[in-house]
Structure formats: structure tokens, C-alpha cells
Design a protein around this ligand. Structure first.
Ligand code: 5GP
Ligand code: ZN
Length: 127
């Protein structure tokens, strides 16, 4: 309690968090993976033919809030992303695993997530 309506700079409680609501089934999602620890679903505005989001159930706002105790969870997020890329058929052709952090990184949802993007060729460096 207490997070709602409080002036903030991007900080959001788990209770009000869009992605937490998805893990709880309170907001619909096209779920592609759910093991009770890591959850993945299709991005609502796909930027590529395959565009998935891999998130922890744990409400962590940005990469900066990950702690040493989260290292197994972070590893699990990566292996789930790898599994999903293979299943989507973009393993061999190639794909991007991206985490945007804060303003300059282009983060818009403050529950940490990995984008899995594939099915087309991307430029480098990002603009
Ligand atoms: P960010 O900009 O934080 O790196 O990525 C957030 C992503 O969440 C965006 O690609 C955006 O399209 C996606 N997104 C935002 N709202 C929703 C939603 O309600 N459902 C789904 N499936 N994706 C969402
Ligand atoms: Zn959350």
C-alpha cells in the first residue's frame, strides 16, 4: 500500500506494475513461457517478426536494482530467452537480446525485462 498517487520519477510499486499484473493474470498477455519464476510473452507492439519479453516474477524496476542474490534468476532469464529464440526458429538466423535501462536506454516499463527480437536484420550501433 502507499505507492499509488505518490509523485515519483519512474518508481512504481509492484501493486501498480503492468508486468506484475500480467504475471498475476490481471491483464491479458500472449504467454509463451511461465515457470513460476520467469515469465515471457509477446510484445504488444512488435518491432520485429519475433518480439518477446522475458521478465522475472520478482518486481525489479531496472537492471540497476538487480542484486548479487538475483544472479541465478538473471541466468534463468537468459536461458529462457535462448529456449524461446530456438522455439521461434531465430536461433540460427540470429536475434537480439536487449535490456533497456532508464531514460537514455529507452526504458518505458519499470519492471526489468529482456527483449528477444528476431526475424529480420538489425543495424548496429543502435541509433
Ligand atoms: P521498454 O521500452 O521498457 O524497453 O519495453 C517495454 C515494452 O513493453 C515495449 O516494447 C512495449 O511495446 C511493451 N508493452 C507495453 N505495454 C504492453 C502491454 O500492455 N502488453 C504487452 N504485451 N506489451 C507491452
Ligand atoms: Zn512489476
Amino acid at each position: 500500500m502507499g505507492g499509488r498517487g505518490v509523485a515519483s520519477t519512474g518508481s512504481m510499486s509492484a501493486q501498480d506494475c503492468l508486468f506484475c499484473k500480467m504475471t498475476k493474470g490481471e491483464i491479458p498477455a500472449e504467454v509463451v513461457h511461465d515457470d513460476g519464476e520467469v515469465f515471457a510473452f509477446k510484445d504488444i507492439h512488435p518491432a520485429a517478426p519475433t518480439h518477446l519479453l522475458v521478465i522475472p516474477y520478482k518486481h525489479v524496476e531496472t537492471l540497476l536494482e538487480f542484486e548479487r542474490d538475483d544472479e541465478a534468476l538473471i541466468g534463468r532469464m537468459v536461458t529462457v530467452a535462448t529456449k524461446l529464440a530456438r522455439e521461434a526458429g531465430i536461433g540460427e538466423s540470429g536475434y537480439r537480446l536487449v535490456a533497456n535501462c532508464n531514460r537514455d536506454g529507452g526504458q518505458s516499463v519499470y519492471h526489468v525485462h529482456f527483449h528477444v527480437l528476431g526475424g529480420r536484420r538489425f543495424g548496429w550501433p543502435p541509433d
